[in-house]
Ligand binder design. Structure first.
Ligand SMILES: CC(=O)SCCNC(=O)CCNC(=O)[C@H](O)C(C)(C)COP(=O)(O)OP(=O)(O)OC[C@H]1O[C@@H](n2cnc3c(N)ncnc32)[C@H](O)[C@@H]1OP(=O)(O)O
Ligand SMILES: CC(C)C(=O)C(=O)O
Length: 509
């Protein structure tokens, strides 16, 4: 039979323990409403006794949402519990989450308590809270470093006292799936009354094990999973709830587990948390990262073009993202390039594609990001759009003579592959190169206009150079693109010369 798992979101409590993160009342309400849309079952809205402002925000959250239950955290002391009673006691569908650490290190070094004192505090506080709340979650903080026998004893006594949910947190992200499984199995087998309560897991990600450990707990008997959106939380954070939800849905064939989560709401929720915390989502983050549905290598892109399922185990749309992205780069292949041209509305035939693809690879070797403008520029400088070239700019070197004075050595390939050399001195590199080209070809052209644009974005953007030159009474334009603006400038000049030749063949040959 399909098992139902409850999602307990602590973005507003443990998530707020992320260094540098603090939510105000309006932000907590905005997040809570989003969590409600996501289908979260229980929202831990804060720690009522932490500050009057937090108590006010928790109350506002409880009043704002109607679906999820809202709880507040409390230590095992009367002040903390009273703060929760005052904050939530008169609002329906609310509860309390009480905790005390049970492990030897925490008992001895932090609390300065014996096992008996910890047990007494736990029972006393749950009994007191039970007079005010029907829903009482009790957490044995640092459960995974606690003696199993003692853990089971605390669990049994708090259930007797009125706890309705028992949580065994891996507070410091220390456990392993096998150990965590054994913990759940042990308490299930050795704790009287445990069948009456809901078991919960709460995993931190100090060793990157939060997801594996949460899943192990679910398989071992936990029916509630606690975590935060985007995996925020104290230190390395909590398990990312969107990962748990996406995993259980994507591998329903394996887990056969049902949740109330609407996966389509994940993208929106994750973006909101990122915006309000100021914590950017790493591009390679599972499920929500910018690259989670991007494909960059030719073989993968080809597979995805043919059938997305070759490289996508869930669709971007199912998580609330727009679409699969094929990112053009150095490792892309012809099929992805052709698809992008199709999407941009350019029809490119096989011969053109073959020619453009060579240039594309050369460009991609020199440039990190390839933008649409880049590939459009590659297409638009194809031979069909330009004059047949007689001269090709081949190579150059530059010498700095002194301040602002340059000498250019240029090499041009002429008809029948002849090498033509020229030297020019100028006030800048381009002036020198243009004079070098003039000297190589025996010309003295007048440069009427020179313009340079950046075709796309970034420091390594392609430069697009336009020139206008005059030879006697003939005026022509030239254009060229290149990531190296000196090369683009030289090619634009040569392009103009080639057009001049078309216009006035005799004068130039
Ligand atoms: C595992 C977790 O994530 S637990 C949640 C952690 N979250 C937070 O701490 C955020 C909110 N906390 C706060 O605003 C403050 O720490 C407060 C208001 C709760 C307490 O502040 P203070 O009274 O100044 O105490 P302080 O934080 O310095 O120390 C914590 C005290 O609580 C005690 N304590 C810790 N856990 C518990 C517990 N579960 N039950 C009872 N006492 C506890 C500590 O032993 C320490 O007691 P001491 O002052 O006698 O040494
Ligand atoms: C209060 C408990 C559940 C906690 O946050 C932890 O142990 O990490």
């Amino acid at each position: 039979m399909e098992k139902r798992i409850y999602f307990f979101d602590t973005t507003l409590r443990d998530g707020e323990q992320t260094p540098g993160v603090s939510f105000n009342l309006d932000e907590k309400v905005e997040i809570a409403l989003r969590l409600e849309n996501l289908g979260i079952d229980i929202i831990e809205a804060g720690f009522a006794n932490a500050s009057p402002g937090d108590a006010e925000a928790i109350r506002a959250v409880a009043k704002a949402v109607s679906g999820p239950m809202v709880v507040s955290l409390a230590r095992t002391n009367k002040d903390d519990i009273d703060a929760v009673i005052n904050t939530l006691g008169d609002i329906d569908n609310t509860g309390i989450h009480i905790f005390i650490a049970t492990s030897p290190i925490h008992r001895e070094r932090k609390l300065g308590m014996t096992k008996e004192q910890v047990l007494e505090k736990a029972v006393e506080s749950v009994s007191y809270a039970a007079k005010h709340f029907k829903h009482i979650e009790f957490s044995c903080e640092d459960a995974t470093r606690t003696e199993l026998e003692f853990l089971s004893k605390v669990a049994e006594k708090v259930v007797e006292a009125g706890a309705t949910v028992l949580n065994f947190p891996d507070t410091v992200g220390y456990t392993t799936p096998e150990e965590y499984t054994k913990l759940f199995q042990y308490v299930l087998e050795n704790t009287k009354g445990i069948e009456k309560v809901r078991l919960s897991c709460h995993c931190h990600d100090d060793l990157g094990m939060a997801l594996s450990n949460s899943i192990a707990a679910i398989q071992a008997g936990a029916v509630q999973v606690e975590g935060c959106i985007n995996g925020i939380g104290e230190r390395a954070g909590n398990v990312a709830l969107e990962e748990v939800a996406a995993l259980l849905e994507t591998r329903k064939d394996y887990f056969n587990i049902q949740t109330g989560i609407k996966l389509k709401e994940i993208a929106k929720t994750s973006k909101l948390i990122s915006r309000l915390t100021g914590i950017a989502i790493p591009p390679n983050k599972a499920v929500i990262g910018g690259n989670a549905f991007s494909h960059s290598s030719g073989i993968h892109q080809d597979g995805v073009i043919k059938d997305k399922a070759t490289y996508e185990i869930m669709t971007p749309e199912s998580i609330g993202f727009n679409e699969t992205k094929l990112v053009l780069g150095k490792l892309s292949g012809r099929n992805a390039l052709k698809k992008r041209y199709d999407e941009l509305g350019y029809s490119v035939n096989e011969t053109q594609l073959k020619e453009i693809f060579k240039k594309y690879k050369e460009l991609a070797d020199r440039k990190k990001d390839i933008f649409d403008e880049d590939i459009i520029a590659l297409l638009e400088t194809q031979p069909k759009n330009t004059v047949p070239s007689s001269f090709t700019f081949n190579d150059f070197s530059l010498q700095i003579l002194n301040h602002n004075q340059y000498r250019a050595f240029v090499n041009i390939i002429g008809a029948e592959n002849t090498d033509i050399e020229g030297i020019g001195d100028g006030n800048g590199p381009i002036d020198a190169i243009y004079k070098g080209i003039d000297s190589a070809l025996g010309l003295e052209l007048e440069l009427i206009d020179y313009k340079i644009n950046s075709i796309s974005k970034g420091k390594d953007s392609i430069g697009e150079v336009f020139v206008k030159v005059r030879n006697n009474d003939k005026m022509v334009s030239g254009r060229a693109i290149n990531v190296d603006i000196i090369v683009a400038s030289a090619n634009a000049y040569i392009d103009a010369i080639n057009r001049l030749k078309v216009a006035n063949v005799k004068t130039l040959i």
